[in-house]
Design a protein around this ligand. Structure first.
Ligand SMILES: Nc1ncnc2c1ncn2[C@@H]1O[C@H](COP(=O)(O)OP(=O)(O)OP(=O)(O)O)[C@@H](O)[C@H]1O
Ligand SMILES: Cc1ncsc1CCO
Length: 521
């Protein structure tokens, strides 16, 4: 028998059918649209009705040579000669199901935890359904959603086995690119497919809905395979090209930042050549995502209302394929901040995460560096390795700030030694660095040429590693120039001088003064 293509796995739910649509016509349209495997799920039907639906669905799937899987019921699967059965954790154990089912049939199992994935591997399941990724209206959840970021570790458990992995729970065309990007594991294992319910079954046009999901899935697999090689000199040249582009393209940078630094962030954005708009109301996030070129999310003075705005904004910005910069200010200080950052990162994909050692340690669940409120106490034993690991885990560029800054895209790590102690003495130097990174990422994304052709992308394919390097160099080199000025006597006079120096900073000054080197491993 042919191996199953799990890429677009339809799970049926007749209760979600729009008024006037039948199960069979929806199923046929979905198959024509590109569904590759079908599971019949009937939670309330009695045996006779389940059997009838399964028989009719099997006849339809046979016409299109598509595998049919039955949820829970081995007897129904046997009765209709289905390709396999999908089991829950409290259904028949896999080894017994294997004895009952004919040789060559497929057995899949739902898994919500790493332990369940390990047991499924031991029991030699043919595939696992990992979920729920997000909470969903189609199924009452018995366990908390895994979140996109929980999937990678599960995929790594399966690494080296032939067991296929499909994600399930709340998956739609609007979050699929994020799911595919964010779930890639540290060993670069990808999902084999996605299981979709309401986005197809409840759609007014199930064929179009399936086509859209299929093409995003395909596109995101291609995006996942692409890498850009960069050397130290190469990255400096690219960073300076982006610096010039910020001035010529004048990107609009939407900033959801804290009340302590809002004014200085807006002025620093202007000094770089970009335009700021500071806005937090959830009601305007959709409109703003259509006109801005990057989003900065800084949780420094987070309140519940602004969290709702941030959740919405990131979703729209991912959809608009613009970069998102997350600054998890003081994330270790409270459960509210920790839970909020988790929720944000499971709702949208960050392009860059920037923080000091205490913040990034808290984000990564490490105790190596501690915090005092928004400030960091201490650093990592191996900051370069930590930065690279966090970048791989969160699937984005990571900037670890401090006296020395480390920047990684998960492959390379660059160490930057520019800056001045006065930057560490004023409040909000890390926060304004977030504005610089957002401005540079906005320009890098505008410079990228191949974005609109790939719907699997969460951005236009900009060079965000170089953008982050450029932004850190701009702020830290300007700080060195500002600190030398005769009119600077301390932290009060330093900030306006810093803004002045940023507004006149030239690429040649950065090329001359940059202290950047690549860290080898
Ligand atoms: N002692 C220092 N010497 C040189 N540069 C510094 C020093 N301290 C901070 N910087 C620079 O300041 C920038 C911000 O880093 P820092 O780690 O201070 O951020 P932060 O703790 O998040 O700041 P804040 O919470 O005040 O916004 C970095 O680019 C870093 O290089
Ligand atoms: C002091 C402070 N408190 C919340 S945000 C902020 C600015 C520096 O991170």
């Amino acid at each position: 028998m042919d191996p199953i293509d799990f890429s677009l796995y339809l799970v049926t739910d007749r209760a979600l059918l729009p008024v006037g649509k039948t199960h069979l016509e929806t199923l046929e349209q979905a198959i024509i649209g590109g569904v590759t495997v079908v599971q019949i799920r009937e939670k309330t039907a009695d045996t006779a009705e389940f059997l009838r639906v399964a028989q009719e669905s099997k006849a339809l799937c046979d016409r299109y040579n598509l595998p049919l899987i039955i949820n829970d019921r081995i007897d129904i699967s046997l009765a209709v000669g289905a390709r396999g059965v999908h089991l829950g954790q409290t259904d028949m154990p896999i080894d017994i199901a294997r004895q009952l089912m004919p040789t060559g049939t497929i057995i899949g199992i739902s898994c919500n935890t790493l332990d369940e994935v390990r047991r499924a591997k031991e029991a030699k399941a043919d595939y696992v359904g990992l979920g729920a990724v997000w909470s969903t209206q189609t199924k009452k959840l018995t366990s908390p959603p895994i979140g996109v970021r929980g999937l990678g570790a599960m995929l790594d458990v399966l690494s080296g086995s032939n067991i296929k992995a499909v994600a399930i729970g709340g998956i739609k065309s609007t979050n699929l690119a994020h799911l595919m990007h964010g779930s890639m594991s540290q060993l670069e294992e990808c999902l084999d497919g996605v299981a979709v319910v309401s986005d197809i079954v409840a759609a007014p046009d199930p064929m179009k809905a399936a086509q859209r999901l299929k093409s995003i899935f395909r596109a995101s697999r291609i995006v996942a395979a692409k890498r850009i090689p960069t050397s130290r000199d190469d990255i400096l040249t690219k960073a300076l090209t982006i610096m010039t582009a910020v001035r010529s393209l004048n990107p609009l940078v939407h900033q959801m930042t804290n009340v302590v630094v809002a004014n200085q962030s807006a002025n620093i954005t202007l000094a770089l050549g970009a335009s700021p708009i500071m806005a937090t109301a959830p009601e305007e996030m959709s409109d703003l995502s259509k006109i801005s070129h990057a989003l900065l999310v800084n949780i420094g003075t987070l309140v519940s209302g602004s969290l709702q705005g941030m959740l919405k904004a990131g979703h729209f910005v991912n959809t608009a394929r613009n970069p998102i910069i997350l600054d998890p200010v003081g994330v270790g200080a409270s459960e509210f901040r920790k839970n909020s950052v988790n929720e944000l990162l499971n709702s949208w994909q960050a392009t860059v995460i920037k923080g000091n050692a205490g913040e990034l340690a808290a984000l990564a669940g490490s105790t190596e560096a501690e915090s005092k409120g928004v400030d960091s106490l201490g650093n990592f034993k191996d900051p370069a390795l930590f930065t690279r690991q966090l970048s791989r885990k969160e699937r984005c560029v990571v900037v670890l700030t401090g006296e020395t800054d480390y920047i990684s895209d998960g492959e390379r790590v660059f160490m930057l030694k520019n800056g001045h102690p006065l930057l560490g003495s004023i409040t909000g130097s890390g926060c304004v660095l977030g504005s610089c990174i957002a401005s540079y990422c906005a320009a890098a994304n505008l410079l990228a040429s191949d974005g609109d052709q790939h719907e699997g992308r969460l951005n236009r394919g900009g060079d965000f590693l170089s953008a982050a390097v450029g932004a850190v160099l701009a702020l830290t080199v300007a700080s060195e120039l500002a600190a030398k000025r005769g009119d600077v006597h301390g932290i009060g006079s330093f900030l306006p001088a810093l803004i002045d120096e940023l507004s006149t900073l030239r690429p040649e000054a950065i090329r001359r003064l940059a202290k950047i080197e690549e860290v080898g491993f």
